[in-house]
Design a protein around this ligand. Structure first.
Ligand code: NAP
Length: 286
């Protein structure tokens, strides 16, 4: 059984998610997805804008795993003129070769023709119909939640945001707001300190925690796994990706490694707060 986190609607989301954006954006994801599932991944994170839902669906089918054993997310892109949110999801479901997604997200709060409350109302209807088991948002700031919550009948289950030590401080207002409303964050870009901004202030803490855990477990624990343990300690699902089967194993192993100590977690928070590096969705800081 993989590690899973409870959602506010009674469902659960597997902690480790494999994404088909970033490295696989607009690329054929079939082999990467099949390989990830065969290695033990059960949570797949797609999006309409990634332009590869067909190959995500093909990878799921090629894995031979029953649909019910997997957790599949897709996200709404901008709604084409003359279409409804439901129309776009029906198109996605055809491409994904499935009858439902486990999670459907508003990918971005900006640039939509329709208002956010109107879009959210359509999400609620989609959930009622069973086309999406859970519904949520992505890249939502406090002010975006404040637009939809007054008229929402269903509270979003998750907000998928860029979350790693170098946005830890900047993301706290929305994280605190979400705690009050029982909405969990899921993290993308979680490996940013080692992949995109190595040489930063958290590096020494990651190195010492990785060395401690390697000694304690007798296995090689990597700095990437320490970042994932930092997310795990906060109950935040990690949405990541890789082209390498060996890395999928490394990511999955982070589900069962021992906990970081409170001192290590605090050191990552404190060192991460010394700089600010947001890679995606730059509007988030506005
Ligand atoms: N909602 C949104 O707006 C949004 C935005 C961005 C991403 N996402 C989702 O989140 C998923 C993951 O995003 P992400 O790519 O930003 O995740 P990430 O976990 O920060 O980075 C994953 C990348 O790190 C590389 N990597 C891992 N360990 C490494 C190491 N030790 N040294 C060097 N490179 C290493 C992997 O490349 P290798 O192939 O070399 O392993 C992979 O490409 C996306 O696919 C997408 O599904 C959502």
């Amino acid at each position: 059984m993989s590690l899973a986190i409870a959602l506010n609607d009674g469902k659960k989301i597997p902690w480790l998610g494999f994404g088909t954006g970033t490295a696989l954006y607009s690329k054929d994801a079939e082999n990467a997805v099949r390989q990830a599932i065969e290695t033990g991944v059960v949570h797949l994170d797609g999006a309409q804008v990634y332009n590869n839902e067909e190959s995500l669906g093909a990878g799921i089918v090629a894995s031979g795993k029953p649909r019910s054993s997997l957790f599949l997310t897709t996200k709404l892109n901008l709604i084409p003129a003359g279409q409804t949110v439901r129309d776009t999801l029906v198109t996605s479901l055809k491409k994904l070769q499935t009858d439902y997604v486990d999670l459907f997200l508003i990918h971005f709060p900006i640039n939509h023709e329709a208002s956010l409350p109107e879009i959210w109302k359509q999400f609620e209807e989609i959930q009622k119909e069973g086309l999406a088991k859970s519904i949520g948002v992505s890249n939502f700031r406090v002010k975006d939640f404040e637009q939809i919550l007054p008229t929402a009948k269903v509270i979003p289950a998750v907000n998928q945001i860029e979350y790693h030590p170098y946005v830890f401080k900047a993301d706290q207002p929305v994280i605190e707001f979400m705690k009050k409303h029982n909405i969990i964050p899921t993290s993308y870009g979680g490996l940013t300190p080692i992949v995109r901004f190595s040489g930063g202030p958290v590096d020494p803490v990651l190195q010492s925690a990785a060395a401690r855990l390697s000694k304690e477990t007798g296995a090689t624990v990597t700095e990437g796994q320490v970042l994932q343990l930092w997310l795990r300690a906060q109950g935040i699902p990690a949405i990541t990706t890789t082209s390498k089967a060996s890395r999928v194993k490394e990511y999955l192993a982070a589900e069962t490694l021992p906990d970081l100590t409170p001192e290590e977690i605090k050191a990552i928070d404190d060192e991460g707060s010394k700089v600010h590096h947001r890679v995606f969705a730059k509007f988030f800081d506005s």
